[in-house]
Ligand binder design. Structure first.
Ligand code: NAP
Length: 391
């Protein structure tokens, strides 16, 4: 029986994970749940799964949940705050941590889980983007196991032989597939006036708002290039991005002998999550089965870096190293939040990220404190740029 700590339980990945836990009660037991502020969502989860412990970042949400659970006689202990999140991720009550908090807010708990030697199912790509070397070093030093559940990285993991190895043997390069998002084929001129609803309407995947916007700008693919580089120990020059609108091939590994191995499946996050939950076993995921005969075609093409400059900015940040990926990530989080709140246009996201990268000096990313300092400074600069109407 695996004992699960689910960080980001109320989100899209959290819900997919809960669906899998409910399908396999003999294999998994939900010990701990954590989220930001959605007390109604966490109350529903506590009612169904009766975890021992629930943690909120937000203290008011925790008070509301505590009162609600007490009124219903549900014995889940409720804590609040950043330190409680970190403690929950490292708590010996769980052996497996699903890291599905969105954004850099997930870094400290994910790092704590790594140091505590957990089996970590990583959805929170921003943690690896902000602090790739730090997190991978902690994984190795702590004896943790890092299993990617981002669909592309999970696909690559499935196409590699055996246990995780950095860099993987015999590999020429990795191919990350990108659906191209809702605006595939659009020009910059067409992108100028797009709405939040349009940006969040992903053609193939149902996801939280931040990653949906990242998919529309192709920043998501840029973050994934950085994630893949740290995860698999390969330089940016050996990680390629290819647009594949059907989202059927989830990614590919190209070997030195010319073999390409790909993982295919329906666009349902329960597949990679089920793979990592059960690894090295396999379990039913509940995802629709791919109908090979109904697949009319599989298309592949180059991404358009002029219309979608965020992908290029992310690759440059990876090349620059140090705090550059953390700066890129924090600037993007601020810009996406401003776009979602109607204070920034769609093209302004790349403009804010670019200008912030120009203004914030690079520093080290060798400690959590250094990364958090770069993150905080970047957010101040990026917010000021949004206020000043840049973009
Ligand atoms: N959705 C996908 O299909 C998908 C695919 C691949 C990778 N990912 C990655 O998985 C992560 C989660 O994505 P998502 O789509 O599930 O996002 P989402 O639906 O927006 O959910 C985000 C989760 O994070 C929690 N959260 C936000 N801020 C927090 C904080 N400061 N402290 C603790 N918890 C906090 C939210 O809690 P509240 O609801 O209480 O605010 C929620 O549970 C992201 O890193 C994303 O890039 C997602």
């Amino acid at each position: 029986m695996k004992r699960i700590c689910l960080l980001g339980a109320t989100g899209s990945i959290g819900r997919s994970t809960l669906d899998l836990l409910a399908r396999h009660p003999q294999r998994f037991c939900l010990e701990t749940v954590a989220a930001g502020r959605d007390d109604a969502g966490l109350a529903t989860i506590c009612r169904e799964f009766r975890p021992r412990h629930a943690v909120f970042a937000d203290a008011d949400a925790a008070s509301r949940l505590r009162a609600q659970l007490a009124a219903e006689g549900i014995p889940t202990r409720v804590d609040a705050g950043a330190e409680a999140l970190v403690a929950a991720a490292a708590d010996p009550d769980s052996d497996t941590v699903v890291a599905a908090i969105v954004g850099a807010a997930g870094l400290a708990p994910t790092l704590a889980a790594a140091r505590a030697g957990k089996r970590i199912l990583l959805a929170n790509k921003e943690a690896l983007v902000c602090a790739g070397e730090l997190l991978m070093t902690a994984v190795h030093a702590g004896g943790a196991l890092l299993l990617p559940i981002d669909s592309e990285h999970n696909a690559i993991f499935q196409c590699l032989p055996g246990a995780p190895e950095r860099p993987p043997r015999g590999v020429r390069q990795l191919w990350l597939t990108a659906s191209g998002g809702p605006f595939r084929g659009w020009t910059r001129a067409q992108l100028r006036g797009v709405s939040v609803e349009q940006a969040c309407a992903h053609p193939n995947w149902s996801m939280g708002p931040k990653i949906s916007v990242d998919s529309a700008t192709l920043m998501n693919k840029g973050l994934e290039v950085i994630e893949a580089s740290y995860l698999f120990g390969l330089p940016r020059t050996r990680i390629r991005v290819v647009v594949h609108p059907q989202s059927t091939v989830h990614s590919l590994v190209e070997y030195q002998d010319g073999s390409f191995l790909a993982q295919l499946g329906s666009a349902d996050m329960r597949i990679p999550i089920a793979h990592a939950l059960a690894w090295p076993d396999r379990i039913e995921s509940g995802a629709p089965v791919l109908d090979l005969c109904a697949l009319a075609r599989l298309d592949f093409s180059e991404p358009d870096l002029d219309a979608f400059p965020c992908l290029k900015l992310a690759c440059e940040a990876l090349d620059a190293g140090g705090s550059a990926p953390a700066i890129l990530n924090a600037a993007n989080e601020v810009a996406v939040a401003a776009f979602l709140n109607g204070r920034l246009g769609f093209l302004g996201i790349a403009a804010i990220v670019n200008e912030t990268l120009n203004r914030v000096a690079l520093s080290s990313a060798a400690s959590l404190e250094a990364v958090l300092a770069a993150d905080a400074q970047t957010r101040r600069v990026a917010r000021a740029l949004v206020e000043a109407g840049v973009g």
